[in-house]
Write a protein of this length. Structure first.
Length: 443
């Protein structure tokens, strides 16, 4: 009943959704890529003589987390067709870069019954893996009608999301009843899923896939960052920044440059549509900078390197001395620090980390991360590490060691998924009492 009401509201909102789609297609050229698939059209059928596994990952972060799992699927089940759906063009680009033609990519359509039925009819999956908490009512119901088992992989329910979902508990219980098994990141996620109405016997704690992330292979064409900006120059990478943060970072840079005149700030805005706005901010402040898209290198007189390209943040962290993780000095909820930590880089973050609260709490406890509140405290944190680079190195090493100790989620998740691929059912799932001790719940 609740799902029918949801569908009715979605249908009534179609004119507005159409306007929003048209606006996005006009202003965001990257969304023109196969836009018709978002309306449930243009899905080429996959070969029926081969079993099909369908994996849904919203965007880049989920694709990165799923990569080791997909590669294991390819290795263990080489005769299967793997279909990966995403919502964002950046997620689609990461799928293309990582897997090429080895997987089939589609955009997930709007969650209307006839649209999701068309997708499922074309791919006829034997099983479905949904990353994190992409719970679409009609999509899950369509899987249920077709007897397609759904595994919620790397499942996470943040504290903020839980507060919202709890108000819709009857709908959430209906949704979760369509999930065959939830492989939760941590104990808190498992308890929140159970509190929202999911059967405890259908929940298992497997850990966070992002600890098992693979470092991207660096090709011969990859730049030698250190040689480009100066081998001895101290470098601070600010990754995944949002509107309002760049101004604070530049304020901190001004404070630091008085004592450390050769310090380089590498600015990496989160969204490509903001590249021009960040460039305009630098121009307005009269700050000299180099642009990655122009294939420029920052000279000694340039304190800022603007990365206005995509897909290079991991390599930048590897070449950095310190990292600031964006989305945390403004009320966004923060972004994942694990890519920087995996490269042995000590990190700074603002206080707004509700999306990754337990990850940052663990990193701070390990002495691998520092929380700052404003430009002054950010400058102080960087200055401390510049003054004592050995201490910065120890902080980075502690974070790297902590991350290594938390690996293994892919193996545990595989124990959950493989019975569905083999057709032996849900024996590997649950109960919720099978827990990992000390594993972070959010990432």
């Amino acid at each position: 009943m609740l799902r029918r009401l949801y569908t009715l509201l979605l249908i009534l909102g179609l004119p507005l959704l159409g306007v929003l789609l048209a606006w996005r297609l006009w202003h965001r050229p990257e969304y023109r890529d196969r836009w018709w698939q978002r309306l449930g059209l243009g899905f080429a059928p996959v070969p029926r003589e081969r079993p099909c596994l369908w994996l849904h990952a919203v965007s880049v972060g989920e694709v990165v987390a799923a990569t080791p799992l997909v590669k294991r699927l390819q290795s263990r089940y080489p005769n299967w067709t793997i279909v990966v759906t995403t919502l964002t063009p950046t997620g689609a680009e990461r799928v293309r870069r990582t897997f090429g033609d080895a997987v089939t990519h589609y955009y997930l359509p709007l969650d209307l019954p006839w649209m999701v039925d068309r997708l499922l009819g074309r791919i006829a999956p034997r099983a479905a893996i949904v990353m994190e908490t992409e719970l679409w009512p009609n999509l899950l119901a369509a899987c249920g009608r077709r007897d397609v088992p759904v595994v919620l992989a790397n499942a996470r329910i943040s504290e903020r999301s839980f507060r919202h979902y709890r108000r819709l508990r009857p709908l959430m219980a209906e949704l979760l009843s369509e999930v065959s098994c939830a492989a939760a990141q941590g104990k808190a996620d498992a308890e929140r899923l159970a509190a929202l109405g999911m059967a405890r016997s259908a929940i298992r704690v497997t850990g966070n896939l992002k600890f098992d992330r693979e470092r991207r292979a660096v090709g011969a064409e990859a730049p030698d960052w250190r040689s480009g900006w100066g081998a001895t120059r101290p470098v601070w990478v600010a990754g995944s920044t949002h509107e309002g943060e760049e101004a604070l970072l530049l304020d901190a840079l001004a404070i630091l440059r008085a004592r450390w005149p050769d310090l380089l700030l590498v600015l990496v805005p989160r969204h490509p549509q903001r590249f021009e706005a960040v460039r305009a901010l630098l121009d307005a402040r009269g700050i000299a900078y180099a642009r990655r898209s122009a294939q420029q290198w920052p000279t000694a007189a340039m304190p800022v390197f603007l990365i206005d390209t995509m897909g290079e943040l991991g390599m930048l962290y590897e070449a950095a001395d310190f990292a600031f993780i964006g989305g945390s000095l403004v009320p966004v909820g923060g972004h994942n620090a694990l890519e920087a930590v995996d490269h042995g880089v000590p990190v700074l973050t603002g206080p707004a980390v509700s999306n990754f609260r337990e990850i940052y709490a663990a990193l701070r406890e390990e002495g691998a991360a520092v929380m700052v509140d404003d430009a002054a405290s950010l400058a102080q944190g960087i200055d401390t590490w510049l003054t004592d680079p050995q201490a910065a190195g120890r902080a980075g090493a502690r974070g790297q060691r902590w991350m290594a100790e938390n690996r293994g989620a892919v193996d545990r998740l595989w124990e959950v998924i493989e019975p569905y691929l083999a057709g032996t059912g849900p024996a590997a799932c649950g109960p919720v009492d099978e827990r990992l001790s000390g594993r972070p719940a959010e990432a």
